[in-house]
Ligand binder design. Structure first.
Ligand SMILES: [Zn+2]
Length: 217
C-alpha cells in the first residue's frame, strides 16, 4: 500500500506527475479539482454547493474540500494506494490526514516563481472547442489560432498577472504550515520541477525508491 500526497504550485505539473505515477503503480489519483468539476458537470448536490460558492465569488471552503476528500477515501477502492492532489490546505487538515491515513510520503514539486509565471502566463485556450495550448511547450501551428477548429485563442480569465500573484500568495500562505507539519514527520521529498516531465517523474521514483519509469513510445 502506497499513500502519497503531492503538492506544488500551479504550473508545477502536479496533475501530470500524479497521473504518470498512478497509471504505472495502480494507484488512485484523488484530485480535488477534478472531483469538484465532475460534481458540477453531473449536477450532484455537492456540485450545486460548489457552483453556489463560486458564483458568489468565493473560493470553495476548506471544510467542503475536507468533506470531499474524506468521502472519496472512505470508498476504499484504492487497493494499492493513492496520490492525493489538492489537499490538505491547512495545518489542521494536514494533522487530521497524517493521523487518519498514515501517509508514506509528501512529494513537493518545487518551481521558482519566475518559471511559474512564464508557464502559467503562456497558457491559451480555444473558447470554441476547449483545446488547451501553451506558447512554450504546445504552440498552435498558426499563431493565435486553434489547430482543430481555427477559432481565435484566448487567455483564461484568471490567468492574468494580477490573478496569478494573488493565487501564488494564497498558495504560499496555506502551503507553508502544511509543509512544516509534514516536514516535522520527515516525509517531505522536495523535487525540482524545472526539468522535462519524464525527468521529473524519474526523480520522483528514485527519491521514493519506486520502480523506474519507462516513458511511453
Ligand atoms: Zn478550437
Amino acid at each position: 500500500m502506497r499513500k502519497f500526497v503531492i503538492m506544488g504550485v500551479q504550473g508545477s505539473g502536479k496533475g501530470t506527475q500524479s497521473e504518470l505515477l498512478c497509471a504505472d503503480l495502480d494507484l488512485v489519483h484523488i484530485a480535488v479539482g477534478d472531483i469538484f468539476r465532475w460534481n458540477v458537470q453531473n449536477h450532484t448536490k455537492l456540485g450545486a454547493q460548489v457552483r453556489r460558492t463560486m458564483s458568489a465569488g468565493d473560493l470553495v471552503g476548506d471544510d467542503l474540500v475536507e468533506a470531499v476528500v474524506r468521502e472519496r477515501l472512505d470508498r476504499h477502492d484504492w487497493n494499492y494506494g493513492f496520490v492525493v492532489d489538492g489537499f490538505p490546505r491547512n495545518g489542521r487538515q494536514a494533522e487530521f490526514f497524517m493521523e487518519s491515513y498514515d501517509i508514506d510520503a509528501v512529494i513537493h514539486l518545487e518551481l521558482p516563481e519566475d518559471e511559474v509565471r512564464r508557464r502559467v502566463l503562456s497558457r491559451r485556450l480555444c473558447p470554441n472547442c476547449g483545446m488547451d495550448y501553451n506558447l512554450i511547450a504546445d504552440r498552435p501551428e498558426v499563431e493565435g489560432r486553434c489547430d482543430i477548429c481555427g477559432h481565435e485563442l484566448v487567455t483564461r480569465a484568471d490567468d492574468t498577472p494580477e490573478a496569478l500573484e494573488a493565487r501564488l500568495r494564497d498558495y504560499h500562505e496555506k502551503t507553508k504550515p502544511v509543509l512544516d507539519l509534514f516536514g516535522r514527520k520527515e516525509v517531505v521529498h522536495n523535487i525540482d520541477a524545472r526539468p522535462t516531465v519524464d525527468e521529473v517523474q524519474q526523480a520522483i521514483r528514485e527519491t521514493l525508491s519506486l520502480p523506474p519509469y519507462k516513458p511511453a513510445g
